[in-house]
Design a protein around this ligand. Sequence first.
Ligand code: ZN
Length: 158
Amino acid sequence: MAIRNIRVDGDDILRKVCKPVTEMTPRIQTLIEDMYDTMYEANGVGLAAPQVGILKRIVVIDVCDGESYTLINPEIVEESGVQEGDEGCLSLPGLVGTVVRPDRVVCKALDENMNEITVVGEGLLARAICHELDHLDGILYKDKTLDGLYSVEAPKED
Ligand code: ZN
């Protein structure tokens, strides 16, 4: 088990576009294992490779629905519906913001064996897929909030 250092907002690497994975290697297998360890250690529901300083199109997601998802070179091929809700990010600790996302997405990707998979996400899983895929293109959720960021310790008033 290896916990990697999570890059935080302000680190240039979070703003870069990641490169596709062309073949599975022992180094990438280790990266994926470490990404899960790092995500669980930080109590996150998703983590993208650039958050641990690696510019590859890999995300891991576990929204506690009984399944975890390793998505390599993921692409959203279908989206529908709308959900508005609070979002946080391990790279912006202590903050949340309200983001509008599709309520349902269909995502095509490769799994850790480089087999093609299709993941249908609804609700929180759809939100997590959108959030993590944004990371692969250097986009942070704070770019998309309806009314900025606020501290999780001090709930927004409205
Ligand atoms: Zn994030």
